[in-house]
Design a protein around this ligand. Structure first.
Ligand SMILES: CC(C)=CCC/C(C)=C/CC/C(C)=C/CC/C(C)=C/[C@@H]1[C@@H](COP(=O)(O)OP(=O)(O)O)[C@]1(C)CC/C=C(\C)CC/C=C(\C)CCC=C(C)C
Ligand code: MN
Length: 396
C-alpha cells in the first residue's frame, strides 16, 4: 500500500494512511455516483450455485458467531444482504489472520502470503477458490468494495512475519492500519453512508479507520502478556524507554507504578481513537449504525477491564463478560437518549428506542431481542474473535 519514495520518506504513517483513505473515499464516491443510488444487484449466479452460495454465506455466519461474538452480535441488527456481506468479509479477514496467528502459523512463509494474495486477486475477478471465497466474490460484486484494503491486510501479515518490535508509534500505527484499519475501509461500502449525511465521505472513512486503529491498540494492550510469551512486543520501544521501562520489565510482567503510568497513557491514546470513530457512526446507513455502536462500545470496555485489573495484562486477560455486554447496549428513553458511558447517543443515530417503540422501531426491538438472546445463549463471553481457534479456516 505504502510505496514511499525518498521524497515521501519523511511523511508520517498517519499521513500516508490518510492518502489511502482519500483514495478509497474518492473511489466509493465515484462508484455510488455512477449508480446514483447503490442498488444491490440481484444474485449474479446460476440457480444451482445459488444454493451453494447461500450455504457459503451461512457458513460464514456460523464462523463469525463462533469466533467473533461481539461482531456477530452487531451484525444481527443489519439487513440480511449487508449482514452476510460482513460475515463473508469477516471470514476472509479471519482466514488471513490465521495464516500468521493460527495453529499452522509456524509453517507460514512470505510465498504462502503471496499465494494468498493471488487467491484474493482471483476472487475479486470472479474466480473464487472455494465456497468461502465465493461468498466474498459475491459480496465484492454487489458492494463497491475495493481490493486495496484486502491487499494491505496481507501486507500487515507480512509485517507480522518479519517484525517483532516497534521502534515508535509511527511504526505501530502503520501496522495497526494494515491489520485493523483496513477492516474499517472494507466495511464502510457494505455498511453504507446515510443518504442524508452532510459530511464528506473521507470523514466517514477516517472514522472507520479510527475504529480499526482503536480496536487494534486495545487488542495489543489486552494481549501484552500473551504476545510477550511469544517473544513479541508491539508497544513502542521509545515510549517504554521514556517511561523508564525495558523489554525485560515487560517479560518480567511486574505491575509497578511506572507500568501503571505507562499504561494510562496507552489507554488514553486508544480512547482518543475510539472518540474519533464515534464521530463517523451517525453518518452510516441507519441500519448499520447500531452494529458498529455495539462493537465499539463492547470492544472499548476492554480498556475499562484492563484498568479494573490494575493494568495487570500479564497474568490476567481483560474481557467483557456477558452481563457487561448486555449493560453496554443502552436503551434510550422515548424523549431523549440516555447519557451512556462517555457519550450521548445523538437522537438520529442512537440504538432503537425500546421503551416506547414507534412501529418502525418495533422491528428494531425484535432484532435487539435477538441480539440479547444470542448473548444469553452464546457459550463463552469471548470478545472479538476470541483468538485463532482450531484453524478450521486454514488455507486449503
Ligand atoms: C459490526 C462490525 C464492527 C463488523 C466488522 C467485522 C469484521 C469484518 C471484522 C474483522 C476482524 C478480523 C478477524 C480482522 C483480522 C485481523 C485482526 C485479528 C484484527 C483484530 C480484530 C479483532 O481480533 P480478535 O479480537 O479476534 O483478536 P485476537 O485475534 O484474539 O488477538 C482487530 C482488533 C481489528 C478489528 C477491526 C475492526 C472490527 C474495525 C471495524 C470497523 C468498522 C466496521 C468501521 C465502522 C465504521 C465507522 C464509520 C466507525
Ligand atoms: Mn491479539
Amino acid at each position: 500500500m505504502v510505496a514511499s519514495p525518498p521524497k515521501e520518506a519523511a511523511l508520517s504513517s498517519e499521513r500516508k494512511v490518510y492518502d489511502v483513505v482519500l483514495k478509497q473515499a474518492a473511489l466509493v464516491r465515484e462508484q455510488v455516483r455512477s449508480k446514483s443510488v447503490l442498488v444491490v444487484r440481484p444474485e449474479m449466479v446460476a440457480h444451482g450455485s445459488l444454493q451453494v452460495l447461500n450455504e457459503a454465506y451461512d457458513r460464514c455466519g456460523e464462523v463469525c458467531a463462533e469466533y467473533a461474538k461481539t461482531f456477530y452480535l452487531g451484525t444481527l441488527l443489519m439487513t440480511p444482504e449487508r449482514r452476510r456481506a460482513i460475515w463473508a468479509i469477516y471470514v476472509w479477514c479471519r482466514r488471513t489472520d490465521e495464516l500468521v496467528d493460527g495453529p499452522n502459523a509456524s509453517h507460514i512463509t512470505p510465498s504462502a502470503l503471496d499465494r494468498w494474495e493471488m487467491r484474493l486477486h482471483d476472487l475479486f475477478h470472479g474466480r473464487p477458490y472455494d465456497m468461502l471465497d465465493a461468498a466474498v466474490s459475491d459480496t465484492v460484486s454487489k458492494f463497491p468494495v475495493d481490493i486495496q484494503p484486502f491487499k494491505d491486510m496481507i501486507e500487515g501479515m507480512r509485517m507480522d512475519l518479519r517484525k517483532s518490535r516497534y521502534a515508535n508509534f509511527d511504526e505501530l500505527y502503520l501496522y495497526c492500519y494494515y491489520v485493523a484499519g483496513t477492516v474499517g475501509l472494507m466495511s464502510v461500502p457494505v455498511m453504507g453512508i446515510a443518504s442524508d449525511s452532510c459530511t464528506k465521505t473521507e470523514n466517514v472513512y477516517n472514522a472507520a479507520l479510527a475504529l480499526g486503529i482503536a480496536n487494534q491498540l486495545t487488542n495489543i494492550l489486552r494481549d501484552i502478556g500473551e504476545d510477550a510469551r511469544r517473544g513479541r512486543i508491539y508497544l513502542p520501544q521509545d515510549e517504554l524507554k521514556q517511561a523508564g521501562l525495558s523489554e525485560e520489565d515487560v517479560f518480567a510482567g511486574k505491575v509497578t507504578e511506572r507500568w501503571r503510568e505507562f499504561m494510562r497513557w496507552q489507554i488514553k491514546r486508544a480512547r482518543m481513537y475510539f472518540d474519533e470513530a464515534e464521530k463517523g457512526v451517525p453518518e452510516l446507513n441507519p441500519e448499520s449504525r447500531w452494529p458498529v455502536w455495539a462493537a465499539l462500545l463492547i470492544y472499548r470496555q476492554i480498556l475499562d477491564e484492563i484498568q479494573a485489573n490494575d493494568y495487570d495484562v500479564f497474568s490476567k486477560r481483560a474481557y467483557v463478560n456477558k452481563a457487561k455486554k448486555l449493560l453496554s447496549l443502552p436503551a434510550p428513553t422515548s424523549s431523549s437518549p440516555l447519557r451512556h458511558g462517555h457519550f450521548l447517543f445523538p437522537a438520529k443515530s442512537g440504538p432503537p428506542n425500546i421503551c416506547n417503540p414507534t412501529p418502525s422501531e418495533t422491528g428494531e426491538c425484535r432484532k435487539l431481542a435477538a441480539m440479547l438472546l444470542f448473548l444469553e445463549t452464546s457459550a463463552s463471553a469471548g470478545d472479538g474473535g476470541g483468538g485463532s481457534g482450531a484453524g478450521v479456516l486454514a488455507e486449503r
